[in-house]
Design a protein around this ligand. Structure first.
Ligand code: COA
Length: 443
Protein backbone atom coordinates (compact mmCIF):
# COMPACT_ATOMS: atom_id res chain seq x y z
CA UNK A 1 0.00 0.00 0.00
CA UNK A 2 1.49 3.37 -0.96
CA UNK A 3 1.57 6.18 1.52
CA UNK A 4 -0.33 8.69 -0.56
CA UNK A 5 -3.64 7.63 -2.07
CA UNK A 6 -4.11 4.27 -0.42
CA UNK A 7 -4.00 5.38 3.19
CA UNK A 8 -7.15 7.38 2.80
CA UNK A 9 -10.84 6.86 3.05
CA UNK A 10 -13.09 8.24 0.33
CA UNK A 11 -16.42 9.37 1.68
CA UNK A 12 -19.24 10.32 -0.66
CA UNK A 13 -22.00 12.40 0.92
CA UNK A 14 -25.15 11.37 -0.93
CA UNK A 15 -26.97 14.46 0.35
CA UNK A 16 -24.71 16.73 -1.69
CA UNK A 17 -22.89 14.38 -4.06
CA UNK A 18 -19.55 15.70 -2.76
CA UNK A 19 -16.59 13.42 -2.12
CA UNK A 20 -14.00 13.78 0.64
CA UNK A 21 -10.59 12.17 1.17
CA UNK A 22 -9.87 11.43 4.79
CA UNK A 23 -6.46 10.33 6.05
CA UNK A 24 -6.19 6.94 7.76
CA UNK A 25 -3.42 6.59 10.38
CA UNK A 26 -2.95 3.59 12.67
CA UNK A 27 -6.21 2.11 11.38
CA UNK A 28 -8.21 5.17 12.45
CA UNK A 29 -9.52 8.40 11.02
CA UNK A 30 -9.62 11.62 13.02
CA UNK A 31 -13.24 12.20 13.95
CA UNK A 32 -12.73 15.98 13.59
CA UNK A 33 -12.05 15.42 9.86
CA UNK A 34 -15.68 14.46 9.43
CA UNK A 35 -16.60 17.99 10.50
CA UNK A 36 -15.80 19.23 6.99
CA UNK A 37 -18.70 17.17 5.63
CA UNK A 38 -21.63 19.59 5.58
CA UNK A 39 -24.82 20.16 3.62
CA UNK A 40 -23.97 23.87 3.40
CA UNK A 41 -21.64 26.34 5.10
CA UNK A 42 -24.13 27.16 7.89
CA UNK A 43 -25.00 23.62 8.90
CA UNK A 44 -22.98 21.70 11.52
CA UNK A 45 -20.46 19.21 10.18
CA UNK A 46 -20.94 15.45 10.34
CA UNK A 47 -20.12 13.77 13.62
CA UNK A 48 -20.18 10.19 14.92
CA UNK A 49 -22.58 8.77 17.51
CA UNK A 50 -20.85 6.31 19.81
CA UNK A 51 -22.31 5.90 23.33
CA UNK A 52 -19.84 3.97 25.49
CA UNK A 53 -16.99 4.65 23.00
CA UNK A 54 -17.40 1.19 21.50
CA UNK A 55 -15.48 2.13 18.35
CA UNK A 56 -13.79 5.40 19.22
CA UNK A 57 -10.16 5.69 20.30
CA UNK A 58 -9.80 8.46 22.88
CA UNK A 59 -6.01 8.44 23.01
CA UNK A 60 -2.78 6.95 21.70
CA UNK A 61 -1.27 4.83 24.43
CA UNK A 62 1.81 2.67 24.95
CA UNK A 63 0.85 1.31 28.37
CA UNK A 64 -1.20 -1.84 27.76
CA UNK A 65 -1.84 -4.02 24.72
CA UNK A 66 -4.84 -6.35 24.47
CA UNK A 67 -5.75 -8.73 21.66
CA UNK A 68 -9.17 -9.95 22.71
CA UNK A 69 -9.51 -12.50 19.91
CA UNK A 70 -6.26 -14.24 20.84
CA UNK A 71 -6.55 -13.69 24.62
CA UNK A 72 -3.36 -11.61 24.87
CA UNK A 73 -2.65 -9.02 27.57
CA UNK A 74 0.70 -7.21 27.80
CA UNK A 75 1.92 -4.36 30.00
CA UNK A 76 4.50 -2.26 28.15
CA UNK A 77 4.99 -5.22 25.81
CA UNK A 78 5.53 -7.89 28.52
CA UNK A 79 3.01 -10.78 28.57
CA UNK A 80 0.89 -10.87 31.72
CA UNK A 81 1.73 -14.56 32.27
CA UNK A 82 5.45 -13.80 32.60
CA UNK A 83 4.89 -10.80 34.83
CA UNK A 84 2.58 -12.77 37.14
CA UNK A 85 5.06 -15.62 37.41
CA UNK A 86 8.38 -13.81 37.60
CA UNK A 87 7.79 -10.26 38.76
CA UNK A 88 6.37 -8.48 41.81
CA UNK A 89 3.59 -5.93 42.05
CA UNK A 90 5.97 -3.04 42.80
CA UNK A 91 8.20 -3.97 39.87
CA UNK A 92 5.14 -4.08 37.60
CA UNK A 93 4.06 -0.70 39.02
CA UNK A 94 7.50 0.68 38.11
CA UNK A 95 7.20 -0.79 34.63
CA UNK A 96 3.77 0.75 34.07
CA UNK A 97 4.77 4.18 35.34
CA UNK A 98 8.25 4.41 33.78
CA UNK A 99 7.69 2.37 30.64
CA UNK A 100 10.68 0.05 31.22
CA UNK A 101 11.86 -2.47 33.78
CA UNK A 102 14.05 -1.03 36.55
CA UNK A 103 17.75 -1.61 37.14
CA UNK A 104 18.61 -2.93 40.60
CA UNK A 105 19.36 0.59 41.82
CA UNK A 106 16.16 2.04 40.33
CA UNK A 107 14.11 -0.75 41.86
CA UNK A 108 15.64 -0.33 45.32
CA UNK A 109 15.01 3.42 45.23
CA UNK A 110 11.43 2.85 44.06
CA UNK A 111 10.68 0.31 46.81
CA UNK A 112 12.29 2.60 49.39
CA UNK A 113 10.21 5.58 48.23
CA UNK A 114 6.93 3.63 48.24
CA UNK A 115 7.67 2.03 51.62
CA UNK A 116 8.39 5.41 53.21
CA UNK A 117 5.19 7.04 52.05
CA UNK A 118 2.70 4.51 53.38
CA UNK A 119 1.80 6.57 56.44
CA UNK A 120 -1.17 8.90 56.38
CA UNK A 121 -1.61 12.26 58.05
CA UNK A 122 -3.39 11.74 61.38
CA UNK A 123 -6.25 13.94 60.18
CA UNK A 124 -6.96 11.40 57.42
CA UNK A 125 -7.49 8.88 60.18
CA UNK A 126 -9.85 11.23 62.00
CA UNK A 127 -11.65 11.86 58.72
CA UNK A 128 -12.08 8.13 58.11
CA UNK A 129 -13.23 7.51 61.66
CA UNK A 130 -16.05 9.98 60.99
CA UNK A 131 -17.78 7.56 58.60
CA UNK A 132 -20.79 5.57 59.81
CA UNK A 133 -20.05 2.13 61.24
CA UNK A 134 -21.53 0.44 58.15
CA UNK A 135 -19.91 2.69 55.52
CA UNK A 136 -19.01 0.87 52.30
CA UNK A 137 -15.18 0.66 52.18
CA UNK A 138 -15.17 1.70 48.54
CA UNK A 139 -17.04 4.92 49.37
CA UNK A 140 -14.53 5.54 52.15
CA UNK A 141 -11.62 4.91 49.79
CA UNK A 142 -12.99 7.24 47.12
CA UNK A 143 -13.61 10.05 49.62
CA UNK A 144 -10.22 9.61 51.33
CA UNK A 145 -8.26 9.63 48.07
CA UNK A 146 -10.14 12.79 47.03
CA UNK A 147 -9.35 14.29 50.45
CA UNK A 148 -5.61 13.68 49.96
CA UNK A 149 -5.57 16.52 47.43
CA UNK A 150 -6.21 18.91 50.35
CA UNK A 151 -3.23 17.48 52.26
CA UNK A 152 -0.98 17.93 49.23
CA UNK A 153 -2.22 21.14 47.58
CA UNK A 154 0.99 21.37 45.52
CA UNK A 155 -0.20 18.28 43.65
CA UNK A 156 -2.12 20.52 41.26
CA UNK A 157 1.20 21.60 39.75
CA UNK A 158 0.93 18.84 37.20
CA UNK A 159 3.47 20.34 34.77
CA UNK A 160 6.35 19.71 37.16
CA UNK A 161 7.81 16.21 36.63
CA UNK A 162 9.27 15.87 40.16
CA UNK A 163 6.00 16.93 41.70
CA UNK A 164 4.09 14.41 39.56
CA UNK A 165 6.49 11.67 40.65
CA UNK A 166 5.98 12.55 44.32
CA UNK A 167 2.20 12.24 44.06
CA UNK A 168 2.46 8.95 42.13
CA UNK A 169 4.67 7.49 44.85
CA UNK A 170 2.35 8.75 47.57
CA UNK A 171 -0.76 7.34 45.99
CA UNK A 172 0.64 3.85 45.29
CA UNK A 173 2.07 3.84 48.84
CA UNK A 174 -1.01 5.04 50.68
CA UNK A 175 -3.69 3.08 48.87
CA UNK A 176 -3.20 -0.14 50.93
CA UNK A 177 -3.23 1.89 54.15
CA UNK A 178 -6.52 3.52 53.15
CA UNK A 179 -8.00 0.21 52.00
CA UNK A 180 -6.98 -1.60 55.20
CA UNK A 181 -8.33 1.17 57.40
CA UNK A 182 -11.65 1.15 55.57
CA UNK A 183 -11.77 -2.63 56.23
CA UNK A 184 -10.95 -2.25 59.95
CA UNK A 185 -13.50 0.53 60.30
CA UNK A 186 -16.37 -1.78 59.34
CA UNK A 187 -15.22 -4.25 62.00
CA UNK A 188 -14.85 -1.66 64.74
CA UNK A 189 -11.19 -2.62 65.09
CA UNK A 190 -8.36 -0.13 65.69
CA UNK A 191 -6.53 0.98 62.57
CA UNK A 192 -3.09 -0.60 62.24
CA UNK A 193 -0.16 1.62 61.17
CA UNK A 194 2.14 0.54 58.33
CA UNK A 195 5.25 -1.51 59.10
CA UNK A 196 8.20 -0.39 56.98
CA UNK A 197 10.02 -3.67 57.49
CA UNK A 198 7.42 -5.58 55.50
CA UNK A 199 6.99 -5.84 51.76
CA UNK A 200 4.13 -3.94 50.10
CA UNK A 201 1.71 -6.86 50.11
CA UNK A 202 2.81 -8.26 53.50
CA UNK A 203 2.32 -4.85 55.02
CA UNK A 204 -1.19 -4.67 53.55
CA UNK A 205 -2.08 -8.05 55.07
CA UNK A 206 -0.66 -6.92 58.41
CA UNK A 207 -2.73 -3.71 58.40
CA UNK A 208 -5.81 -5.80 57.61
CA UNK A 209 -5.44 -8.66 60.04
CA UNK A 210 -2.96 -7.80 62.83
CA UNK A 211 -4.38 -8.00 66.31
CA UNK A 212 -2.36 -8.05 69.54
CA UNK A 213 0.72 -9.92 68.25
CA UNK A 214 4.03 -8.01 68.17
CA UNK A 215 4.65 -8.80 64.54
CA UNK A 216 2.15 -10.06 61.99
CA UNK A 217 3.59 -12.86 59.85
CA UNK A 218 1.61 -13.69 56.73
CA UNK A 219 1.90 -17.04 54.96
CA UNK A 220 4.25 -16.60 51.97
CA UNK A 221 1.84 -18.37 49.64
CA UNK A 222 -0.94 -15.92 50.52
CA UNK A 223 1.41 -12.97 50.04
CA UNK A 224 2.42 -14.25 46.61
CA UNK A 225 -1.19 -14.94 45.58
CA UNK A 226 -2.36 -11.45 46.57
CA UNK A 227 0.65 -9.89 44.86
CA UNK A 228 -0.28 -11.80 41.69
CA UNK A 229 -3.89 -10.60 41.95
CA UNK A 230 -2.64 -7.01 42.20
CA UNK A 231 -0.46 -7.57 39.09
CA UNK A 232 -3.40 -9.00 37.13
CA UNK A 233 -5.52 -5.95 37.93
CA UNK A 234 -2.78 -3.34 37.44
CA UNK A 235 -4.01 -2.07 34.06
CA UNK A 236 -6.48 -2.93 31.36
CA UNK A 237 -6.19 -0.07 28.83
CA UNK A 238 -9.20 2.22 28.27
CA UNK A 239 -11.81 0.65 30.56
CA UNK A 240 -14.51 2.66 32.32
CA UNK A 241 -12.47 3.73 35.38
CA UNK A 242 -9.34 4.55 33.36
CA UNK A 243 -11.47 6.59 31.02
CA UNK A 244 -12.86 8.40 34.09
CA UNK A 245 -9.33 9.12 35.35
CA UNK A 246 -8.33 10.46 31.95
CA UNK A 247 -11.52 12.44 31.44
CA UNK A 248 -11.31 14.18 34.83
CA UNK A 249 -7.53 14.54 34.50
CA UNK A 250 -7.97 16.31 31.16
CA UNK A 251 -9.25 19.33 33.11
CA UNK A 252 -5.70 19.48 34.59
CA UNK A 253 -6.96 18.83 38.11
CA UNK A 254 -4.58 17.14 40.60
CA UNK A 255 -4.07 13.34 40.31
CA UNK A 256 -5.84 12.56 43.62
CA UNK A 257 -9.08 14.00 42.24
CA UNK A 258 -8.60 12.10 38.98
CA UNK A 259 -7.98 8.78 40.72
CA UNK A 260 -10.93 9.40 43.07
CA UNK A 261 -13.07 9.63 39.89
CA UNK A 262 -11.61 6.30 38.74
CA UNK A 263 -12.50 4.72 42.07
CA UNK A 264 -16.04 6.04 41.66
CA UNK A 265 -16.30 4.35 38.26
CA UNK A 266 -14.90 1.08 39.61
CA UNK A 267 -17.46 1.15 42.44
CA UNK A 268 -20.24 0.46 39.90
CA UNK A 269 -21.54 -3.11 39.54
CA UNK A 270 -20.92 -3.23 35.80
CA UNK A 271 -17.23 -2.64 36.34
CA UNK A 272 -15.80 -3.91 39.62
CA UNK A 273 -18.68 -5.90 41.03
CA UNK A 274 -18.97 -9.01 38.85
CA UNK A 275 -16.94 -11.31 41.14
CA UNK A 276 -19.42 -10.73 43.92
CA UNK A 277 -22.22 -11.70 41.52
CA UNK A 278 -20.32 -14.91 40.70
CA UNK A 279 -20.28 -15.90 44.38
CA UNK A 280 -24.00 -15.20 44.71
CA UNK A 281 -24.65 -17.33 41.64
CA UNK A 282 -22.51 -20.25 42.85
CA UNK A 283 -24.23 -20.16 46.24
CA UNK A 284 -27.63 -20.20 44.58
CA UNK A 285 -26.68 -23.20 42.39
CA UNK A 286 -25.67 -24.90 45.65
CA UNK A 287 -24.47 -28.27 44.31
CA UNK A 288 -23.15 -29.90 41.15
CA UNK A 289 -26.44 -31.70 40.48
CA UNK A 290 -28.18 -28.37 39.94
CA UNK A 291 -25.76 -27.19 37.24
CA UNK A 292 -27.55 -28.65 34.16
CA UNK A 293 -30.83 -26.94 35.13
CA UNK A 294 -28.98 -23.68 35.73
CA UNK A 295 -27.23 -23.87 32.34
CA UNK A 296 -30.59 -24.52 30.67
CA UNK A 297 -31.92 -21.35 32.31
CA UNK A 298 -28.96 -19.36 31.00
CA UNK A 299 -29.46 -20.73 27.49
CA UNK A 300 -33.14 -19.84 27.63
CA UNK A 301 -32.15 -16.27 28.40
CA UNK A 302 -33.43 -16.27 32.00
CA UNK A 303 -30.10 -15.08 33.36
CA UNK A 304 -26.39 -14.79 32.61
CA UNK A 305 -23.58 -17.06 33.61
CA UNK A 306 -21.72 -14.50 35.70
CA UNK A 307 -17.95 -14.42 35.27
CA UNK A 308 -18.28 -15.52 31.64
CA UNK A 309 -17.97 -13.34 28.56
CA UNK A 310 -16.12 -10.08 28.04
CA UNK A 311 -16.48 -7.03 25.80
CA UNK A 312 -12.91 -7.38 24.60
CA UNK A 313 -11.87 -11.02 25.16
CA UNK A 314 -13.43 -13.50 22.78
CA UNK A 315 -11.11 -16.17 24.08
CA UNK A 316 -10.06 -17.37 27.54
CA UNK A 317 -9.25 -14.22 29.56
CA UNK A 318 -5.49 -14.69 30.22
CA UNK A 319 -5.97 -13.35 33.75
CA UNK A 320 -8.57 -16.03 34.53
CA UNK A 321 -6.06 -18.78 33.71
CA UNK A 322 -3.53 -17.32 36.15
CA UNK A 323 -6.13 -16.82 38.89
CA UNK A 324 -7.24 -20.42 38.53
CA UNK A 325 -3.68 -21.50 39.30
CA UNK A 326 -3.45 -19.08 42.25
CA UNK A 327 -6.60 -20.69 43.69
CA UNK A 328 -4.66 -23.89 44.37
CA UNK A 329 -1.97 -22.06 46.35
CA UNK A 330 -4.46 -20.11 48.42
CA UNK A 331 -6.71 -23.08 49.17
CA UNK A 332 -3.68 -25.08 50.26
CA UNK A 333 -3.38 -22.59 53.13
CA UNK A 334 -7.00 -21.72 53.83
CA UNK A 335 -8.75 -24.97 52.94
CA UNK A 336 -10.83 -25.37 49.79
CA UNK A 337 -13.78 -23.07 49.29
CA UNK A 338 -16.64 -25.55 48.72
CA UNK A 339 -17.91 -23.33 45.89
CA UNK A 340 -14.76 -24.13 43.88
CA UNK A 341 -16.06 -27.56 42.95
CA UNK A 342 -19.24 -26.04 41.55
CA UNK A 343 -17.27 -23.36 39.68
CA UNK A 344 -14.95 -25.92 38.06
CA UNK A 345 -17.80 -28.15 37.00
CA UNK A 346 -19.74 -25.17 35.69
CA UNK A 347 -16.74 -24.07 33.64
CA UNK A 348 -16.23 -27.58 32.24
CA UNK A 349 -19.86 -27.91 31.15
CA UNK A 350 -20.06 -24.38 29.73
CA UNK A 351 -16.85 -24.70 27.71
CA UNK A 352 -18.23 -27.78 25.95
CA UNK A 353 -21.69 -26.37 25.37
CA UNK A 354 -22.60 -25.15 21.88
CA UNK A 355 -24.33 -22.00 23.25
CA UNK A 356 -21.14 -20.71 24.92
CA UNK A 357 -18.75 -21.98 22.23
CA UNK A 358 -20.71 -20.24 19.43
CA UNK A 359 -20.77 -16.93 21.30
CA UNK A 360 -17.10 -17.19 22.32
CA UNK A 361 -17.97 -16.98 26.00
CA UNK A 362 -15.06 -17.94 28.24
CA UNK A 363 -14.32 -17.38 31.94
CA UNK A 364 -13.19 -13.83 32.67
CA UNK A 365 -11.04 -12.47 35.50
CA UNK A 366 -14.00 -12.39 37.88
CA UNK A 367 -14.96 -16.06 37.62
CA UNK A 368 -12.39 -17.24 40.18
CA UNK A 369 -11.20 -14.01 41.88
CA UNK A 370 -14.18 -13.82 44.28
CA UNK A 371 -13.47 -17.36 45.47
CA UNK A 372 -9.90 -16.42 46.36
CA UNK A 373 -10.90 -13.18 48.06
CA UNK A 374 -13.45 -15.06 50.12
CA UNK A 375 -10.78 -17.55 51.18
CA UNK A 376 -8.78 -14.57 52.49
CA UNK A 377 -11.93 -13.78 54.54
CA UNK A 378 -12.63 -10.55 52.72
CA UNK A 379 -16.28 -9.56 52.74
CA UNK A 380 -17.66 -8.87 49.21
CA UNK A 381 -17.59 -5.08 49.77
CA UNK A 382 -13.79 -5.31 49.93
CA UNK A 383 -13.41 -6.96 46.50
CA UNK A 384 -13.49 -3.67 44.61
CA UNK A 385 -11.12 -2.06 47.13
CA UNK A 386 -8.58 -4.78 46.32
CA UNK A 387 -9.16 -4.14 42.63
CA UNK A 388 -8.56 -0.39 43.20
CA UNK A 389 -5.26 -0.99 45.02
CA UNK A 390 -4.06 -3.15 42.13
CA UNK A 391 -5.32 -0.72 39.47
CA UNK A 392 -3.72 2.40 40.99
CA UNK A 393 -0.38 2.15 39.08
CA UNK A 394 -2.32 1.66 35.85
CA UNK A 395 -4.54 4.68 36.47
CA UNK A 396 -1.45 6.75 37.26
CA UNK A 397 0.51 5.51 34.24
CA UNK A 398 -2.44 6.48 32.05
CA UNK A 399 -2.78 9.83 33.81
CA UNK A 400 0.93 10.51 33.30
CA UNK A 401 0.63 9.67 29.63
CA UNK A 402 -2.36 11.98 29.34
CA UNK A 403 -0.71 15.03 30.92
CA UNK A 404 2.35 14.64 28.68
CA UNK A 405 0.40 14.05 25.47
CA UNK A 406 0.30 17.13 23.26
CA UNK A 407 -2.69 15.74 21.33
CA UNK A 408 -4.91 15.71 24.42
CA UNK A 409 -7.55 18.33 25.07
CA UNK A 410 -10.10 18.71 27.83
CA UNK A 411 -12.63 15.89 27.38
CA UNK A 412 -15.80 17.30 25.92
CA UNK A 413 -17.89 14.86 23.85
CA UNK A 414 -20.42 16.12 21.36
CA UNK A 415 -24.10 15.41 21.81
CA UNK A 416 -27.03 15.03 19.47
CA UNK A 417 -29.59 17.41 20.89
CA UNK A 418 -33.11 15.95 20.97
CA UNK A 419 -34.99 18.49 23.12
CA UNK A 420 -37.26 21.48 22.43
CA UNK A 421 -36.05 24.77 21.00
CA UNK A 422 -36.96 28.47 21.34
CA UNK A 423 -39.89 28.06 23.73
CA UNK A 424 -41.31 31.26 25.26
CA UNK A 425 -40.95 31.35 29.05
CA UNK A 426 -44.23 31.94 30.92
CA UNK A 427 -43.71 33.18 34.54
CA UNK A 428 -45.03 30.92 37.32
CA UNK A 429 -47.58 33.56 38.38
CA UNK A 430 -49.25 33.06 34.99
CA UNK A 431 -48.64 29.31 34.63
CA UNK A 432 -50.07 28.46 38.03
CA UNK A 433 -52.89 31.04 38.03
CA UNK A 434 -55.60 28.39 37.65
CA UNK A 435 -54.11 25.90 40.22
CA UNK A 436 -56.36 25.96 43.33
CA UNK A 437 -54.69 26.70 46.65
CA UNK A 438 -51.18 27.10 45.28
CA UNK A 439 -49.49 30.41 45.82
CA UNK A 440 -46.40 30.84 43.72
CA UNK A 441 -43.22 30.88 45.80
CA UNK A 442 -44.86 29.47 48.97
CA UNK A 443 -44.99 25.75 49.57
C1 COA B 1 -19.08 -8.87 30.06
C2 COA B 1 -20.35 -8.64 29.23
C3 COA B 1 -21.11 -7.44 29.79
C4 COA B 1 -19.92 -8.37 27.77
O1 COA B 1 -21.03 -8.04 27.06
P1 COA B 1 -21.02 -7.70 25.51
O2 COA B 1 -19.65 -7.61 24.98
O3 COA B 1 -21.90 -6.52 25.32
O4 COA B 1 -21.63 -9.01 24.87
P2 COA B 1 -23.14 -9.26 24.52
O5 COA B 1 -24.00 -8.90 25.71
O6 COA B 1 -23.42 -8.59 23.23
O7 COA B 1 -23.17 -10.83 24.36
C5 COA B 1 -23.15 -11.54 23.11
C6 COA B 1 -24.04 -12.76 23.23
O8 COA B 1 -23.57 -13.63 24.28
C7 COA B 1 -24.56 -13.72 25.32
N1 COA B 1 -23.85 -13.61 26.60
C8 COA B 1 -22.88 -12.74 26.91
N2 COA B 1 -22.42 -12.96 28.15
C9 COA B 1 -23.13 -14.01 28.62
C10 COA B 1 -23.11 -14.70 29.85
N3 COA B 1 -22.28 -14.36 30.81
N4 COA B 1 -24.00 -15.70 30.02
C11 COA B 1 -24.86 -16.06 29.04
N5 COA B 1 -24.91 -15.43 27.85
C12 COA B 1 -24.06 -14.41 27.64
C13 COA B 1 -25.50 -12.56 25.11
O9 COA B 1 -26.78 -12.83 25.63
C14 COA B 1 -25.48 -12.45 23.62
O10 COA B 1 -26.27 -13.49 23.11
P3 COA B 1 -27.17 -13.27 21.78
O11 COA B 1 -26.18 -13.03 20.68
O12 COA B 1 -27.95 -14.52 21.65
O13 COA B 1 -28.00 -12.05 22.06
C15 COA B 1 -21.25 -9.92 29.24
O14 COA B 1 -20.52 -11.02 28.71
C16 COA B 1 -21.74 -10.24 30.65
O15 COA B 1 -22.73 -9.65 31.08
N6 COA B 1 -21.08 -11.19 31.35
C17 COA B 1 -21.47 -11.52 32.70
C18 COA B 1 -21.00 -10.47 33.68
C19 COA B 1 -19.51 -10.48 33.93
O16 COA B 1 -18.93 -11.54 34.15
N7 COA B 1 -18.89 -9.30 33.89
C20 COA B 1 -17.48 -9.15 34.17
C21 COA B 1 -16.74 -8.68 32.99
S1 COA B 1 -15.02 -8.61 33.35
Amino acid sequence: MTDTGDNTLTVRDNRTGKEYQIQISDGAIKAAELGQIKIDEDSPGLSTYDPGFTNTASCRSSVTYIDGEKGILEYRGYPIEQLAEKSSFLEVAYLLIHGALPTKEQYDTWVHEITHHTFLHENVKTFMQGFRYDAHPMGMLMASVGALSTFYPESNNITDADNRHMQIVRMIAKMPTLGAWAFRHAQGKPYVYPDNELSYTENFLAMLFKMSEQKYVADERLVKALDVLFILHADHEQNCSTNAVRSVGSSQVDPYSSVAAGIGALYGPLHGGANEAVLRMLRRIGSKENIPAFIEGVKNGNEKLMGFGHRVYKNYDPRAKIIKKACDDVFEVTGVNPLLEIAQELEKIALEDEYFVKRKLYPNVDFYSGLIYEAFQFPPEMFTVLFAIGRTPGWLAQWLELVQDKDQKIARPKQIYTGDRTLDFVPSSERWAGDAGITPGIS
